[in-house]
Design a protein around this ligand. Structure first.
Ligand code: RAM
Length: 909
C-alpha cells in the first residue's frame, strides 16, 4: 500500500478528471457572462481513491489550443489546498466579449494527480455602457395608449423592425439586447431564444440587465431582418404602486447591438437607431402583467420579421441616448423559461364555458389549441380555486384582471400562448370557442414558467401529507421565482417583498439551484438601499416611500449569512458586507437607547390576533429591537469570516448592548415577557436570536412551552415567528413537540391547508376551509411561499442533512425519526457533490444509509432511539477505518465519516 502510493507520487495522471466544472454562482459554459472576475469550482469524482483534495491547478487560455501547457490568461500553478470551490480568478484582466477556456487537475490526499478535466469555457457579455454603440429606440406609445384600471397608463405593445444587408458571409454573430419593458426578438423569421419576459426585473434606475445570444446560424448572406416585439412588463404599467425610483411613464424601448465577424475577418455592427421602424397596430393590442393580453389575429402581419415584408406604412422610431447613471450589465442569473407542461386532468362545462382543472396551482401561461369561428373572441380566465358552487374564485386576484382574449381571423383551430404576461392559476376557463365542437382536455396545456434553474434537492417520507407539504413548498418556489422572489404570483402585487424572501431563502436553497438567483437579487437589494441604510419594503422598490420595516429589511443580513452557510462562498459575504453595516446603522438611527422604533409589518398574519390586526399581537418595538440585535450579530459573524477583526468586535459589542437593552426592556427577572403582550413570537425571537442572559433562558423556554400549551399545542405565529419555531424548539430538544406542530391537522397548521385541498403554500393558514369557504379578506393568496420556510427543518432534521461548516464542507447528518414516520430521505447537490441520507425503522431496527461526497466529511449523530451497538455494512463501527467514533456514551452516538457510502443498522432501544 505504502509502496504503491509512493510510486504514484510521480506526475502520472492516474485519477479520473474533475467533474461539474462551474464558474461563479454555478454557471456552466455561459455566454454573455457578467463576471470579469469569476470564481472556479469543480467536484472530485466519487471514487475510493478520492477522499480529499490536497492541491489543484487551473489553467485559463484565450483559445482551447493553448491548453493545458500554454495558458495565456492564467496558470494558477499547483496550489496546495483542499479548496475546490469558489477559487478566485487571478490572471490577466478580462474585458467585454473575451472568450476564455479553462480546465483543472487536482491531487488527492495521497498526492496522486488526476487527468486534466474537460475544457470548459465562458464568454463575457458587454460589461460597460461604453461598449454600446446602439441607442434606445421605440415609439412614443404614451400618446395612443390605454388608460387601464386606476387610470394607469398602459402602453400599447410595439412592433419594431430593421432590415440590413451584408456583403460578406458570416463567421460568427452575437446579438446583445435589452429593453425598458419586456421583449421578444426574431431574426429572419426565427425566434432568437425561448426566453420569456426578458430582460427581467431589476432596479431600473440603477441597472438594466442585457442578454447575449449566439445568432450565427440565423444570419444569412445578403439581406437580413431583425424584429422585436416590446411591451411594458415590469418597467411601466400597473404593477408599480407609487413613485418608483425610475420614470415608469416613459414608453418602452429596446436597445440592440448585433456584432458580426465575417468570414474574411472584417466586422459588421448593426445597432438600434433611428433607422428602425415601428408600429403599434399589430396583433398584440394589449399586454400587462396583472391584467393579461388581447391578441387580435386579424392584425397578424405574416413574415414581418423576414425580408419579405413591406414596412412603408410603419413609423420612424424615436431615439434616446444611453444614460450613464444606469448601468447596462449582462444578466447575472438565468432567464425565465417554459419549464414544465401540465395537462388538464378534468374538464367541466358550465354556462357555455368550459373549465380545465390542472390539479396543481401553477404560474405561467396557458397554451391554447382550440377550434374557433372567424371573428369570435376567445376569453381565457384563470382561478386558483373554484367556489363550492363550481364558479371561479377570482376575488383574491383583487384588481388584477388576469384574463386573456384571442380574436379569431378564420374558422378552425387556433393556437395561442400569451407572451408578455403571466398568471397564477390551477383552473383555466374558456368561452367563445366553436361550441359545435366537443371540448377535449388537450385544448389547454399549463406552461409553468420560472427562472431557468434546476432542482437541487429531494425530500420524501413515508407520510402522504408530509410529502404533499414538500410538494406544496416546491410549487410555491416555482411559482414565486419568476425572475425575482415574489410574495405571490397572481394578484395585483407580485412584488419582491423582502420579508417573505428572508424567511423562505434557506428552504429554497435546498430545493433548487438558486444561488445565482439570490446573488442577482441581492445586487438589486444593494442598489435599492437608501442613503440612510433603509431597505425598501420591496426590491426592486415599487413604491418609493422610503420607509423600511424591521424583519423585512433584515433580508440584507439574513440572506447573505444563510446562503453563505449553504455555499461557503466568501465572495458573497464580501459583496454584501457594506450593505449589512449600513442596514445596522439604519436600525441604530431608528432606535433610542437601543430600543427600536422602526416601522414593522411585525408578525404578519399571525392567527387569532387579540387585536384583530394583520400585524399580530407581538410588540412592534420588541420585534424591531430583536432584529436590530440579530442583524448586528450576523454582521459580526460576517466580519469574522472576512477577517475584519475590528469590525467583528464592534458589531459583536453592539449585538450585546442591544440584547441587554432588549432583555431589560421586555423581560422580567423570571424570564417572562413584561410590558407588552406576551406571545409565542416574543419568546421565539428572544431565544432564536440569543438575546437573554443564560440565567433567564430556561424560564423563557418554559414560558414558550406554556404559551404553546395554552394554544392547545398549536402555533400562534405569523411570517416572522413561524420559521423560528422549529429552530428554537429543536435547540431545546423538543423534537416531539415540533413533530406535533408539524403533524397537527387542525387550524392553524400546515396540514390544515392540505386537508382543505392546498397544492401550494397559502398566505393564510385558513385561506380556505371546506366548512367556512374562502377567507373573507381579499388579501388571500393561494400561492405564498412564506410558511414553506418549515422546509428547512424538514430537510435538516427529518431528512437529516445540514451544513456544519459553511458550504457543507463538513456535513451534519442528524435525522430525528419519530413515530409519525416509518422512513424519510433527503438528498442534495452540495458544492462538493451529492449528499444523501435515508433512514427507515422496521422490525425494531433503525437503518441509515448515507452518501458523503469527496472532499467533505460528515458528522453523523444517531437518534436517541438507536442502541449503542451500531453495525456498518454488518461490521462493528469500531473496526471501520473510515469512521471515527466521537461519542458512544451519551444519548446520541456520534461518528465522523470520510467520504463514501455507508449503511448503518442498529436495534431500536
Ligand atoms: C403583503 C404581501 C407580503 C407581505 C406584505 C407585508 O401585501 O403579500 O406577503 O410581506 O404585505
Amino acid at each position: 500500500m505504502v509502496a504503491f502510493s509512493q510510486m504514484s507520487c510521480s506526475e502520472k495522471e492516474t485519477l479520473n478528471s474533475a467533474e461539474n466544472l462551474t464558474i461563479s454562482e454555478g454557471f456552466k459554459n455561459p455566454l454573455g457572462f457578467y463576471d470579469a472576475n469569476p470564481t472556479f469550482s469543480w467536484q472530485l469524482p466519487v471514487s475510493e481513491l478520492n477522499k480529499s483534495q490536497s492541491a489543484y491547478q487551473i489553467v485559463v487560455a484565450s483559445s482551447p489550443d493553448l491548453l493545458p501547457n500554454n495558458a495565456d490568461l492564467w496558470n494558477s500553478e499547483k496550489q496546495e489546498t483542499n479548496q475546490s470551490v469558489w477559487i478566485k480568478y487571478d490572471g490577466k484582466p478580462l474585458a467585454s466579449r473575451q472568450k476564455a477556456y479553462w480546465q483543472i487537475k487536482y491531487w488527492n490526499q495521497d498526492d496522486e494527480v488526476s487527468q486534466w478535466s474537460e475544457v470548459n469555457h465562458f464568454e463575457l457579455g458587454l460589461l460597460k455602457n461604453s461598449d454600446w454603440k446602439a441607442k434606445w429606440v421605440g415609439l412614443d406609445t404614451a400618446k395612443d395608449s390605454i388608460r387601464g384600471r386606476g387610470k394607469v397608463l398602459i402602453h400599447k405593445p410595439q412592433y419594431l423592425r430593421k432590415g440590413f444587408e451584408l456583403s460578406n458571409d458570416i463567421a460568427s454573430a452575437r446579438l446583445y439586447i435589452t429593453s425598458k419593458g419586456v421583449f421578444d426578438v426574431s431574426i429572419n423569421g426565427e425566434n432568437v431564444s425561448d426566453d420569456a419576459m426578458s430582460p427581467g426585473f431589476t432596479t431600473y434606475d440603477k441597472r438594466i440587465e442585457t442578454l447575449t445570444y449566439d445568432v450565427t446560424n440565423l444570419i444569412e448572406s445578403g439581406q437580413n431582418t431583425i424584429g422585436v416585439e416590446l411591451a411594458s412588463g415590469w418597467y411601466s404599467g400597473r404593477l408599480l404602486w407609487g413613485t418608483t425610483p425610475w420614470d415608469n411613464t416613459i414608453s418602452p424601448k429596446v436597445l440592440a447591438q448585433l456584432e458580426m465577424t465575417m468570414k474574411d475577418g472584417t466586422k459588421e455592427v448593426i445597432v438600434s437607431d433611428k433607422g428602425w421602424k415601428g408600429m403599434t397596430n399589430g396583433p398584440l393590442q394589449f399586454a400587462e402583467i396583472y391584467d393579461g393580453e388581447i391578441y387580435n389575429a386579424n392584425k397578424e402581419m405574416p413574415n414581418w420579421t423576414t425580408n419579405n415584408f413591406d414596412d412603408k406604412d410603419w413609423a420612424k422610431v424615436e431615439e434616446a441616448e444611453i444614460d450613464n447613471q444606469i448601468q447596462l450589465e449582462p444578466k447575472r442569473h438565468k432567464t425565465v423559461q417554459n419549464k414544465i407542461e401540465l395537462t388538464p386532468q378534468v374538464i367541466t362545462e358550465k354556462d357555455g364555458a368550459v373549465i380545465f382543472d390542472l390539479k396543481q396551482n401553477m404560474v405561467g401561461v396557458p397554451m391554447v389549441n382550440v377550434p374557433m369561428k372567424k371573428g369570435d373572441t376567445l376569453k381565457i380566465r384563470f382561478a386558483e380555486m373554484l367556489s363550492p358552487d363550481g364558479t371561479f374564485y377570482t376575488k383574491n386576484y383583487r384588481s388584477a384582471h388576469s384574463t386573456d382574449y384571442y380574436i379569431a381571423a378564420k374558422d378552425g383551430d387556433i393556437s395561442y400562448m400569451p407572451k408578455f404576461t403571466f398568471h397564477g392559476f390551477r383552473f383555466v376557463e374558456l368561452s367563445g370557442f366553436d361550441t359545435s365542437k366537443e371540448p377535449v382536455k388537450n385544448w389547454v396545456t399549463g406552461i409553468v414558467q420560472y427562472s431557468d434553474f434546476d432542482d437541487n434537492g429531494r425530500f420524501t417520507s413515508s407520510h402522504d401529507k408530509l410529502n404533499q407539504l414538500q410538494s406544496n413548498i416546491v410549487w410555491g418556489l416555482r411559482g414565486n421565482f419568476l425572475d425575482i422572489p415574489t410574495d405571490c404570483p397572481q394578484r395585483n402585487e407580485r412584488l419582491g417583498w423582502t420579508g417573505d424572501a428572508q424567511v423562505f431563502g434557506p428552504t429554497s436553497m435546498f430545493n433548487a439551484d438558486v444561488y445565482s438567483f439570490w446573488a442577482s437579487w441581492l445586487q438589486s437589494v444593494r442598489e435599492a438601499q437608501l442613503e440612510n441604510g433603509a431597505i425598501p419594503w420591496t426590491v426592486p422598490d415599487s413604491r418609493g416611500n422610503k420607509i423600511a420595516s424591521s424583519g423585512w429589511g433584515d433580508v440584507c443580513t439574513i440572506i447573505p449569512w444563510k446562503i453563505y452557510m449553504r455555499t461557503g462562498d466568501i465572495g458573497f459575504l464580501e459583496d454584501n458586507f457594506a450593505m449589512m453595516k449600513d442596514w445596522v446603522a439604519h436600525h441604530e438611527l431608528k432606535s433610542k437607547n437601543y430600543i427600536s422604533n422602526m416601522m414593522s409589518f411585525s408578525d404578519w398574519l399571525q392567527p387569532h390576533p387579540e387585536n384583530g390586526d394583520t400585524k399580530g399581537d407581538t410588540s412592534r418595538n420588541l420585534i424591531g429591537t430583536a432584529f436590530f440585535a440579530h442583524s448586528a450579530k450576523l454582521t459580526a459573524q460576517t466580519a469574522q469570516v472576512l477577517g475584519e477583526n475590528e469590525e467583528q468586535a464592534k458589531y459583536e459589542a453592539l449585538y450585546k448592548t442591544v440584547a441587554k437593552a432588549f432583555d431589560e426592556k421586555y423581560f422580567d427577572e423570571t424570564g417572562k415577557v413584561k410590558g407588552v403582550t406576551e406571545t409565542q413570537t416574543s419568546y421565539l425571537l428572544a431565544l432564536a436570536f440569543d438575546l437573554l442572559p443564560e440565567s433567564k433562558q430556561k424560564n423563557a423556554q418554559a414560558n414558550l412551552l406554556r404559551k404553546l400549551k395554552d394554544a392547545d399545542n398549536h402555533l400562534r405565529t405569523g411570517f416572522l415567528g413561524t420559521p423560528l419555531l422549529s429552530q428554537v424548539l429543536d435547540d431545546m430538544g423538543e423534537i416531539d413537540l415540533i413533530y406535533k406542530l408539524l403533524f397537527n391537522e387542525t387550524y392553524p397548521s400546515w396540514f390544515y391547508s392540505i386537508n382543505q385541498g392546498a397544492t401550494t403554500i397559502w398566505e393564510r393558514w385558513n385561506s380556505y376551509s371546506k366548512k367556512e369557504g374562502f377567507n373573507p379578506m381579499n388579501m388571500n393568496s393561494l400561492n405564498h411561499y412564506a410558511y414553506g420556510a418549515i422546509g428547512e427543518w424538514m430537510y435538516e432534521r427529518i431528512g437529516g442533512i445540514a451544513p456544519l461548516e459553511a458550504g457543507y464542507k463538513v456535513i451534519r447528518i442528524a435525522p430525528e425519526p419519530r413515530e409519525q414516520l416509518k422512513s424519510a430521505s433527503a438528498s442534495l447537490n452540495t458544492p462538493y457533490g451529492k449528499v444523501s441520507s435515508a433512514w427507515e425503522t422496521e422490525n425494531g431496527a433503525f437503518k441509515l444509509s448515507i452518501i458523503v461526497p469527496p472532499n467533505t466529511s460528515s458528522k453523523v449523530v444517531f437518534p436517541e432511539i438507536v442502541a449503542n451497538e451500531i453495525l456498518l455494512n454488518g461490521v462493528s463501527l469500531k473496526d471501520n477505518p473510515d469512521i471515527e467514533l466521537l461519542n458512544t456514551e451519551g444519548n446520541h452516538v456520534e461518528v465522523l465519516t470520510q467520504p463514501g457510502t455507508y449503511s448503518f443498522i442498529s436495534k431500536i432501544k
